[in-house]
Design a protein around this ligand. Structure first.
Ligand code: MN
Length: 147
C-alpha cells in the first residue's frame, strides 16, 4: 500500500508506474513517457508528469479541455496556437480550449513537465493535412516541425 509520501528520485516517483505516453499507433509522438502522480476520487483533475528524451515530441493536437503545464526538467520548445516558444525549468504554460499544441525536446536534452487536466475530458483532435499545412505557413512553426 502506498503511503502519503512518495519519494522522488531522478524524475521518477516511487510506487508510480512509468507508462507509455499513449496507445502505440493512436497518434504521432516520439520518445515520451507518462507518470500519473495524482488521481484521487475527490479530485476532478489529474496531475501527470510527461518526459521526452532528447529529440522526442508530444502529439500535435487540440481539444476542448485545458492543460496547465509546469516545465520541471530541461529545455525545449512548444508550439501553442501557431506560435513557437522556448521553454525551460519552472516556466508555466496554459493551453486554452481548441488550441493546437505540441512540445518538443529539441534542445539536445530531455524535456519533462507536469500537466494538469480534467479527469473527464474530450478526445484530442489531430490536424488534417490542410490544417497542418496552414500551421506550417509560419516559418517558425515549419522549423519547429522540422520541415
Ligand atoms: Mn493535449
Amino acid at each position: 500500500m502506498t503511503g502519503p509520501v512518495r519519494r522522488f528520485s531522478e524524475f521518477h516517483w516511487e510506487d508510480t508506474d512509468l507508462l507509455a505516453y499513449k496507445e502505440e499507433g493512436s497518434a504521432p509522438f516520439k520518445a515520451i513517457t507518462r507518470q500519473v502522480l495524482f488521481h484521487h476520487r475527490e479530485l476532478k483533475s489529474e496531475l501527470r508528469y510527461f518526459e521526452m528524451a532528447a529529440g522526442g515530441y508530444s502529439t500535435l493536437e487540440r481539444h476542448q479541455h485545458v492543460h496547465a503545464v509546469l516545465i520541471l526538467r530541461g529545455e525545449g520548445q512548444c508550439m501553442i496556437g501557431g506560435e513557437v516558444f522556448d521553454v525551460g525549468e519552472n516556466d508555466l504554460v496554459t493551453i486554452e480550449p481548441m488550441t493546437w499544441h505540441q512540445f518538443r525536446a529539441n534542445a539536445g536534452e530531455p524535456l519533462g513537465f507536469l500537466c494538469m487536466v480534467n479527469v473527464e475530458r474530450d478526445k484530442p483532435q489531430l490536424p488534417t493535412p490542410v490544417e497542418h499545412k496552414a500551421l506550417a505557413e509560419n516559418p517558425a512553426v515549419k522549423k519547429f516541425f522540422g520541415e
